[in-house]
Design a protein around this ligand. Structure first.
Ligand SMILES: [Cu+2]
Length: 280
């Protein structure tokens, strides 16, 4: 089978999988293919519990952060609002809200996150910067998404059962229990007073949180002092929750939040929202 054929087959599969799940089944599954710098995904999906599978086929790190647009706002308003916010370093306007999404995974990997989607207009965004410091969204990495109410109420799909809960606070990650080696479904709750994310990176042997902070304080110059990125949940509104799945090998990991602070615009890692954990 040619590569083109394969790509077409996977596209058909992805679209087919975005149909609503039958009553009582799990969440509907939507596959997002990330490249440098675009998302391949459906334009319209039904409301309800939705699992996004983010397949990173790019050369850089990518994530898929959902931004819900307020009543009457369009993707063009989003772009205008974004440009203004970037210029003034102001927090995003209040008509943008953040229901989550799969966070960064290393090239070739797949990130999985599940959240409840209300009907409305959304934009999927990659906020991650390239080495030139420009966030991918400014290079065109955004995809408008319409979530439709559908004819019938959304099926009462069950959230994936989680075995660990991580609470996002101002500015910490609170684990219900230590993460052990193996596969986990992690429930993430934002119990803080402002939006937060969680993204997990493996630490290469001999590297520590201090190496990462030094890299950040040095203006993010040179390669990241991290190993593989294991995903997590992109920016979640206050009171929001989501689940993500990830597999952990024994070792050291960083839990990180890069979201800009509501008061000073600095990434939350500079406010202490960076935690080193050991998985055994
Ligand atoms: Cu944060």
């Amino acid at each position: 089978m040619s590569i083109r054929r394969l790509a077409l087959a996977s596209l058909v599969w992805a679209v087919g999988c975005s149909r609503p799940a039958p009553q009582g089944a799990g969440p509907s599954v939507v596959t997002i293919t990330a490249t440098d710098y675009a998302f391949g995904m459906p334009d319209t999906i039904p409301a309800g519990l939705t699992t996004f599978r983010l397949v990173n086929q790019g050369k850089e790190l990518h994530h898929a952060s959902l931004v819900r647009l307020g009543e009457g706002k369009s993707a063009a308003d989003f772009q205008a609002g974004l440009a203004a916010a970037m210029k003034s370093h102001a927090p995003p306007p209040s008509w943008m809200t953040f229901p989550g999404g799969p966070n960064a995974v290393t090239l070739g990997d797949t990130g999985v996150a599940t959240q409840m989607l209300e009907p409305g207009s959304y934009v999927l965004v990659c906020w991650i910067p390239s080495l030139d410091g420009v966030p991918h969204v400014m290079k065109g990495m955004m995809h408008p998404l319409v979530v439709t109410a559908g004819a019938a109420p959304s099926p009462a799909a069950a959230e994936p059962p989680a075995d660990v809960t991580i609470k996002l606070t101002d500015y910490d990650f609170q684990l219900s229990q230590p993460l052990t080696a193996g596969k986990h479904v992690v429930r993430v709750e934002n119990t803080g007073a402002q939006p937060h994310e969680i993204v997990i990176a493996a630490l290469p042997p001999g590297k520590t949180l201090q190496d990462f902070i030094a890299w950040e304080e040095g203006g993010e110059k040179g390669p990241l002092p991290t190993g593989a990125w294991l995903g997590g949940v992109t920016t979640l509104d206050v009171g929001g929750h989501s689940e993500f799945a990830a597999s952990f090998a024994p070792g050291s990991y960083l839990l990180l939040c890069f979201w800009p602070d509501v008061k000073d615009g600095k990434p939350h890692i500079m406010h202490g929202m960076a935690k080193q954990i050991t998985v055994s």
